[in-house]
Design a protein around this ligand. Structure first.
Ligand code: ATP
Ligand code: MG
Length: 467
């Protein structure tokens, strides 16, 4: 974080005075090419093609959002978003079969370059200004709020000056102009970038009401960039988490993935808890955290997030089912205890507990079916991996979810389940052998894990701190 701010600060101090006033309107600044440090070589080739394609067709075209912010901070952008005055159908006419129009609530164009997709958004307008081409009736049709002030549709198009006020944070509101390679700043974003602040544009409470996901975005960017959330942007968050219930569960699932798969999951968790938002995202896990005497649940999810963060930072893939399996493991074990107490068999208890916990979680976030199936596999393998002798070993090793399940055993060991260390080490060693040696290794009587642990605790299959 310090490094990031120093970089922006030194960029400022090494340059001439202030950026020049803007030709767009009096309230903005234009940062010339010589002063912003963004070069076209840092911009994705597909994004450049889209920018130039729009420009050649006579439209305004800007790189916006996270890409400009991240390039200014010396971070490699995750994606390259573009804003233009061309309307979706006009964008489609420019890029023809490459272009698909998507979204109802917020209509966008996707321009495809193989697997690379560049998202192009038409400037959003407020529908009030002279620039708006729609009648009041049409406006109601294209832009709509529900009774609580939530924006349920926003397809009124406008000018760049209007578009600015529809964006979320000032630092996400810099426009790189392909016409002359300048950066346009309407919201004093550069000052916030320099001081490391996340500031919502407009009245924070209204902006959160329009779209509660902005609260999650504040935490995501604060964690990712190491920025502070500015006071007035921060204050309403403590009070407004209940609004998440109005966000579609499918969108919540996507946002939760972005939160925890951004490489700063441990910090995200800490901030979500600080702001009292975690309870709305993983209610069952939160309940256990509140009553977590030996802090085991906390250690477990922190270890899981540390392992996910490390994978992301070293460029490895991550799987949503691992995240959800880890977050919901302890709630699942608790439910399993209940079913065992009621006399269910181990298999039945596991199956029913998984149903209960997944069923309760989807009141907060959706979990697509393919991931719930994978979560069940990871959970089930937690009970199967400790029994690895003979022919079982190879069968388990070939299980599609072996690696995730093995990693999760590792997480549990790091969180303090020492009795699992032997199991984890055994599998680590097994994987290091060549296939022929693996058979001998699995059959080696000395390594055979024949002694079952004495059954203690409420759940005999539960190998944790109380076992
Ligand atoms: P990331 O690094 O995650 O891509 P980003 O800032 O680019 O960060 P995107 O979700 O890609 O975020 O969105 C692109 C831009 O669109 C944002 O920078 C912001 O200007 C605007 N935006 C996105 N979501 C919202 C929202 N919910 N409310 C207002 N503006 C938004
Ligand atoms: Mg982006």
């Amino acid at each position: 974080m310090q490094k990031i701010i120093q970089k922006v600060t030194s960029f400022f101090s090494s340059k001439s005075e202030e950026s020049s006033p803007c030709s767009h309107s009096e309230d903005c600044h234009i940062i010339p090419r010589s002063e912003h440090g963004i070069s076209r070589s840092q911009i994705d080739k597909g994004a450049l093609d889209v920018l130039y394609g729009l420009k050649r067709a006579g439209y305004e075209a800007y790189l916006v959002g996270g890409a400009v912010r991240d390039l200014m901070l010396g971070i490699e952008p995750k994606d390259f978003d573009i804003a233009t005055n061309a309307e979706p159908e006009q964008i489609k006419r420019v890029f023809k079969s490459r272009c698909r129009l998507i979204g109802r609530r917020f209509r966008l164009a996707h321009v495809h370059f193989g697997r690379n997709i560049i998202e192009v958004a038409t400037f959003r307008g407020d529908g009030e200004g002279a620039s708006s081409k729609v009648s009041r009736k049409e406006l109601n049709h294209t832009r709509a709020m529900d009774g609580a002030g939530k924006l349920v549709r926003d397809n009124v198009y406008g000018t760049i000056e209007e578009d600015v006020w529809r964006r979320d944070f000032t630092v996400n509101c810099l426009y790189y102009d392909i016409k002359n390679y300048t950066v346009v700043d309407y919201t004093d974003a550069m000052a916030d970038l320099k001081s490391g602040q996340l500031r919502l544009i407009g009245d924070p409470e209204t902006r959160y009401r329009e779209d509660p996901v902005r609260m999650i975005r504040a935490i995501r960017f604060a964690a990712k960039l190491g920025f502070e959330i500015e006071e007035s942007t921060k204050a309403p968050i403590y009070e407004m988490g209940a609004l998440f219930k109005d966000v579609s569960h499918a969108r919540m699932f996507e946002e939760v993935l972005k939160l925890f798969h951004g490489g700063a999951g441990v910090e995200v968790l800490s901030q979500l808890r600080q702001f009292g938002l975690f309870q709305y995202i993983f209610p069952q896990t939160n309940e256990l955290l509140e009553d977590d005497e030996d802090e085991f649940v906390e250690k477990l999810i922190i270890e899981a997030l540390k392992s996910t963060d490390a994978r992301i930072q070293s460029g490895k893939g991550v799987n949503p089912s691992f995240l959800f399996a880890a977050m919901l493991w302890e709630p699942m074990l608790d439910r399993m205890d209940d079913h065992l107490e009621e006399g269910a068999t181990h298999q039945d208890a596991l199956y029913a507990a998984a149903n209960d916990v997944i069923g309760a979680q989807i009141s907060a976030t959706a979990i697509p079916k393919r991931f719930t199936a994978q979560m069940r596999e990871i959970w089930s393998l937690q009970f199967r991996l400790p029994r690895h002798s003979g022919a079982r070993a190879q069968k388990l090793r070939e299980h599609v979810r072996f690696r995730a399940a093995y990693d999760f055993i590792g997480v549990r060991v790091s969180a303090g389940e020492q009795e699992l260390a032997k199991v984890f080490d055994w599998w680590t060693e097994y994987q290091e052998q060549n296939p022929v040696d693996q058979v001998a290794f699995a059959n080696d009587l000395h390594n055979r894990n024949t002694k079952r642990k004495p059954r203690r605790g409420r759940n005999p299959y539960r190998q944790r701190k109380d076992a």
